[in-house]
Design a protein around this ligand. Structure first.
Ligand code: PXP
Length: 237
């Protein structure tokens, strides 16, 4: 079964726009779980422009599904993750001021840095995942770092999907087979939506988890959060 992890960054963005506590990030996370989400993802950034460190500490004991923290492994991020001990940490190669993650890791160039981090997080009992493109060699290097999983960066799939679904999915199916043959778990995320998620899942049914934020929260404006989560889960059946 492929788990749906809801990325709640956008809820924090909306809250921060007015400075109060509306919408309440913690309540939304709990409601996502109540409506069927199998995980909650947050991406704390150094400028705290959406999720704050304090949100991460408040969410940890409240979440009863799987808690995934993603981000660039700065010393502050590593310290936060080790204190909070989520179920999973997903490392992304983001610059601090980046709008959103827009590339996977070069696991060859950053091999020793990532390998050390995999040891650090594994020793703390936290499952590790590395955000990555479909490049076979980079996936092989990710496996050598000791990562438990990779998260495939799906923006190129989402962009090409409307014109040519077969061409869009082909490199992802190949990459997913490589990941499976290396014995790693498989996550996917970025720009997944009600339009393109089912086709991805139909072609890669062994996906462990998808992490979805932007499109899901946009859909919730029209459908409501409960119906939206139900529809995303229907894509994963
Ligand atoms: N996975 C990673 C590593 C991300 O950085 C993001 C964006 O924060 C997502 C998944 C979710 O992407 P989207 O908001 O486009 O669904």
């Amino acid at each position: 079964m492929t788990k749906l992890s809801v990325n709640i960054n956008k809820i924090a963005t909306l809250r921060n726009a007015r400075g109060g506590n509306n919408p309440d990030v913690l309540k939304v996370a709990l409601d996502c779980e109540k409506f069927g989400a199998e995980g909650i993802t947050v991406h704390p950034r150094p400028d705290e422009r959406h999720i704050r460190r304090s949100d991460v500490f408040a969410l940890r004991p409240a979440i009863s599904t799987e808690f995934n923290i993603e981000g660039y492994p700065s010393p502050e991020f590593i310290d936060l993750v080790l204190k909070v001990k989520p179920h999973q940490v997903t490392l992304v190669p983001d610059a601090p001021d980046q709008l959103t993650s827009n590339a996977g890791w070069d696991t060859k160039t950053h091999f020793s840095f990532l390998s050390e981090l995999m040891d650090t997080f594994s020793n703390a009992g936290i499952r590790t995942s590395i955000f990555i493109s479909t490049d076979k060699e980079l996936i092989e290097y990710a496996a050598k770092t000791g990562a438990d999983r990779v998260e495939l960066y799906t923006e190129p799939y989402a962009t090409l999907y409307p014109q040519n679904p077969e061409a869009a999915i082909a490199p992802f199916v190949e990459a997913a087979k490589v990941v499976r043959s290396l014995g790693m778990g498989l996550n996917a995320g970025h720009d997944l939506s009600l339009q393109n998620l089912k086709y991805m899942h139909d072609n890669i049914p062994w996906l462990d988890e998808v992490s979805i934020g932007h499109a899901l929260i946009c859909d919730a404006l029209y459908l409501g959060l409960e119906k939206t989560i139900e529809e995303y889960k229907n894509c994963l059946r």
